[in-house]
Design a protein around this ligand. Structure first.
Ligand code: FES
Ligand SMILES: [Fe+2]
Length: 383
């Protein structure tokens, strides 16, 4: 069943097919190259975008049972994510309250309690300090106040969000995701399984990686022999769901809908949808499966890209395994094409050829994303 928004998107694309036009922002954007090269700006980006906003750190299938946990370090904050006995998702700084050691040392595990490897202080999956070895040396401590430092964590639409900092301001995650809620809710991501999960450390700034997913102007050049043939050339629809953006990229087969009655139109088989979730996530919806990307800076000119490939049910047969593996191979190839170009852009900064990048009127999500980033950095956008 299409939403009203999806019906609008289909009509808009069919209109573009007739007119030969595409979505246009009012103006070109001149984006200063210092946005990519200034170390002080990167510091502010980390402090603001990667500390004050919720970021997707995983999928519910990574913690299917109470008592399970995983660690997450990409943001630079050591994070422990647990599913407690009540089945709720919790997140903590993975830092011992005794003398600061990393408490959970494995990538993931299952246990009622986690013991710090340094001196054996023990915490439960609600972060409470349960045991202090040789407690006579710690007479008078208030165990209740020495639990792991909790971070705001949320499970919505099968995805796990964490804000990597403590603060007195609560996060209203439902209000934050509201502009995207109808679409995310329609995907049944909570019923999906993880087919593949991968992490890449690349030599390019996080914004370059981000922008690779924010327009389809590059499809028929950068992906000439891969993605190009499946999609209409640069006839996407962008829906501003500030600070998020829905970017609907029509498949070539959408032109067949012109011959069909509106009642029989179906959005999903006719689009790849690249949803930007501010500040650094994409939920990329294919016709029959979904990718969730997280892009985080790891230094000036460096980032980590993490991707989850979600499929609607586990691959139970060899045929299913081969089918999803083939999809995975294609997407890895296509992303590699983007990242090789991205690393080239990064290297080119040293030459000083550009003072600005020229963001075209149809590179809409790049424009909208840039504006939202500026808003957050200048205090006009908060969770
Ligand atoms: S630092 Fe964790 S028990 Fe000492
Ligand atoms: Fe691309």
């Amino acid at each position: 069943m299409n939403s009203a928004e999806e019906l609008d998107i289909i009509k808009t694309v069919l209109g573009y097919c007739d007119s030969g036009k595409t979505h246009m922002e009012p103006e070109l954007m001149m984006n200063p190259v210092t946005n990519y090269t200034d170390p002080d700006l990167l510091e502010r980006e980390v402090e603001t975008l990667f500390r004050k906003f919720p970021i997707i750190v995983g999928h519910a299938a990574q913690l299917p049972e109470p008592g399970q946990y995983f660690t997450h370090d990409d943001t630079g904050v050591p994070i422990l994510v647990t599913r407690n006995r009540e089945g709720e998702i919790k997140a903590f700084m993975n830092v011992c309250r005794h003398r600061g050691a990393r408490v959970a040392t494995e990538d993931c595990g299952s246990s009622n309690t986690i013991s710090c490897p340094y001196h054996g202080w023990t915490y439960d999956l609600d972060g409470q300090l349960r045991g202090v070895r040789q407690p006579s040396g710690f007479d008078g401590i208030d165990k209740a106040s020495l639990g792991l430092v909790e971070l705001p964590a949320f499970e919505r639409f099968g995805l796990i969000w964490v804000r990597p900092s403590v603060s007195d301001t609560p996060v209203d995650i439902d209000a934050w995701l509201a502009p995207m809620a109808e679409q995310l809710g329609s995907l049944n991501l909570e019923g999906h399984s993880i087919f593949r999960e991968w992490t890449l450390h690349r030599d390019m700034g996080w914004r370059i990686a981000l922008e690779g997913f924010q327009e389809c102007y590059h499809f028929c050049t950068a992906h000439k022999h891969t993605a190009c043939s499946s999609y209409l050339d640069n006839q996407s629809v962008f829906v501003n769901q500030y600070p998020h953006v829905r970017h609907a990229v029509p498949l070539t087969r959408i032109t067949e809908l012109k011959m069909q009655s509106e009642a029989s139109w179906d959005y999903r088989p006719n689009f790849m949808t690249q949803n930007y979730l501010f500040p650094c996530n994409f939920v990329q919806v294919m016709t029959d499966h979904v990718y969730v990307h997280t892009i985080v800076p790891t230094g000036l000119g460096k980032c980590v890209f993490k991707c989850l490939m979600l499929i609607p049910e586990p691959a139970r047969t060899d045929k299913a395994e081969r089918y999803w593996e083939a999809n995975y191979d294609v997407v890895r190839t296509v992303f590699e094409e983007d990242f090789v170009i991205g690393e080239g852009i990064q290297k080119g900064f040293a030459a000083g050829a550009n003072q600005h990048f020229v963001i075209g009127r149809f590179e809409t999500s790049v424009q909208l994303g840039q504006k939202a980033i500026d808003d957050a950095l200048e205090g006009r956008l908060a969770v």
